[in-house]
Design a protein around this ligand. Structure first.
Ligand SMILES: NC(=O)c1ccc[n+]([C@@H]2O[C@H](COP(=O)([O-])OP(=O)(O)OC[C@H]3O[C@@H](n4cnc5c(N)ncnc54)[C@H](OP(=O)(O)O)[C@@H]3O)[C@@H](O)[C@H]2O)c1
Length: 295
């Protein structure tokens, strides 16, 4: 069984450096099967969210897996429509029920919009009450991240942001390092955008180590201290994505891959007023749509 290294967060809690993401992983049965497949492949961390509408499938898989609760690390995220102190608090109680657990390892605020301060206060209370082992945020760019750090009691343990070889987030990391907030990548394959899976540089570097392009990209992130949660519903890809801990990219490889960074999002910028409106529309209508970047 592959040993995934543990990363110590700023509150002392240990988190596996690799897990499985389950955004858009299908129906209840498909998500449950994906999580069971992940556990049998060696994954011990699952990244879900209230907005993915699959916490109960994750909970069912955990309960069926026979694994000890303390051997599994569960992350969920509070959605914007559940922001504000009381609604956020109630929503985490519902997540606890759906996940069939007494505590959640990591709870993040999913987006930096609306009454996220009220929601963060609810997380702080649940953290202090022992219902959550670590709290953090997602998609908080430097300005909002620094603001939250300045005006809250508990420094976010994790900030989960779009991070892949084409958008490496070095500027954000500079600020997060000051407060020892762990970076976690969403979209480690950029969901295939920008011809990710055909990238010749990643492929060529992989040939040196008998690894694939996706494996090289994941290893690059982890060698740079990033926590990764690649998503797949295919067991052979789950195994491929986990099989990255037995090789090391050399200095030249690291330099070359660093050169792929564009410093720009391939999805949407949390700074863009259009993004703020897009999420507000989503909260109101339940229908998600965004403009693709030209690439
Ligand atoms: N906080 C946030 O706002 C946020 C936003 C997005 C995502 N996330 C989290 O981050 C996780 C990962 O990001 P993501 O799902 O957006 O994208 P991703 O992991 O970059 O890409 C997933 C895509 O790559 C395919 N894939 C996986 N492994 C592959 C391989 N070895 N070779 C070829 N194709 C492969 C998957 O297909 P198959 O499934 O068909 O194999 C899927 O289409 C999510 O599941 C979610 O938990 C968080």
């Amino acid at each position: 069984m592959i040993e995934v290294p543990m990363i110590k967060l700023n509150n002392g809690v240990e988190m596996p450096q690799e897990g499985l993401g389950v955004l858009d992983a299908g129906s209840f049965d498909e998500v449950k099967q994906a999580v069971l497949d992940a556990f049998s492949t060696g994954y011990r961390m699952i990244d879900t969210a209230q907005a993915y509408d699959n916490e109960s499938a994750v909970g069912a898989a955990i309960s069926e897996s026979g694994l000890s609760r303390e051997d599994i690390f569960i992350t969920t995220k509070v959605w914007i429509s559940n922001y504000g102190y009381q609604v956020a608090k109630d929503s985490v109680e519902k997540s606890l029920q759906d996940l069939q657990t007494d505590y959640i390892d990591l709870v993040l605020l999913h987006q930096p919009y609306g009454d996220y301060y009220g929601a963060y206060q609810a997380l702080e209370e649940l953290y202090k009450a022992g219902k959550i082992r670590a709290i953090g945020v997602a998609n908080f760019m430097p300005d909002r991240y620094v603001d939250l750090v300045q005006y809250s009691d508990v420094t976010p343990a994790v900030n989960q942001v779009e991070t892949h070889v084409f958008d490496q987030e070095w500027n954000l990391r500079k600020y997060m390092d000051r407060h020892n907030t762990q970076i976690e990548s969403w979209g480690p394959f950029a969901e295939g955008r920008h011809d990710f899976f055909k990238n010749e540089i990643l492929k060529r570097i992989g040939q040196k180590y008998e690894k694939t392009g996706p494996q090289v990209a994941l290893r690059y992130l982890t060698q740079n201290g990033v926590v990764i949660i690649p998503k797949s519903v295919h067991k052979e890809r789950m195994a491929e994505n986990l099989n990255i801990w037995d090789f090391k990219l050399d200095e030249e490889d690291l330099k070359e891959i660093r050169g792929l960074d564009t410093g720009n999002t391939l999805f949407f910028s949390p700074h863009d007023p259009e993004t703020v409106e897009m999420f507000a529309r989503f909260v109101k209508t339940g229908h998600f749509e965004f403009r693709e970047n030209d690439d």
